[in-house]
Structures are given as C-alpha cells and as structure tokens.
Design a protein around this ligand. Sequence first.
Ligand code: SF4
Length: 138
Amino acid sequence: MNYKNSPILISACLVGINCRYDGTNARRKSLIKQYSKEWLIPICPEQLGGLPTPRPQAEISFKKVIDINGRDVTKEFLKGAKEALKIAELFGVKKAVLKEKSPSCGVRFIYRKGKLVNGMGITARLLKDAGVEAAGVE
Ligand code: SF4
C-alpha cells in the first residue's frame, strides 16, 4: 500500500497487542477503521523500556514513576519514551495516537494516588516536546 501521509505512532495496546500491565490490550475497533488508510506504527513504551508483560501497575509520583510494589521504574519509563521518540524521528512521525490515562501514553489524564488527574504520561510529554502532535484515546 502507498501512503500519502507520514506515519502515525499508535499505542500498541490500542490496536490489539497484549502489552498492557495485566497482559491484556485496549483494542479500539473504530480507531483501527478510522486509520485503516494510514501508516500506523504501533509502539509500547513500557515494553521498549525493558519492562516485562505482565508487570506491576505504575503511577507517576512527582518526578518519578513508582510501581505498586514501591519499585522505582523511572529509568525504564524514560528509556521507553526515548526509544519511542527515536522511532518517531526515524520515520518522520508528526502525529501520535496514544492511550489515555497511562503513565506512559496518557495525553490529558493520568492516575495519581489512584485518582484520575490532569497530566501527561512520560512518553506523551517527550513526543509533544519534540513537536509530535499527540491525541489521546480513552
Ligand atoms: S505503555 Fe502505552 S502502549 Fe504500552 S500498554 Fe501502556 S498505554 Fe498501551
């Protein structure tokens, strides 16, 4: 297939990859249909950062990311975000469609102390700062 537009990064869980912390996905059929003519590049920043699947749930706490066992996984989250940005730069990505409410991919919302608050995930922030337009999907 020939694509007219530059590729779009998409959270891998949204297209059905079982990469969520609990080993499931967040497949959105309508989204796949909506972007069926676009060149999508699925990425899971938490896997790219070296975390296993399944893995303990994590939250952003001040400038760190801490999992439910109290382990500091900031390094892995930052590594995953940098790898995602590397892919974006390699392929000239200008847009990303990311899973809302995730500590990596959340664009407008993340969880803090178990409550939904306004905020951005680590990867969403890095991509946005690099000029990639990020859209969040619930
Ligand atoms: S890091 Fe992003 S792509 Fe990976 S499971 Fe979480 S929301 Fe989905």
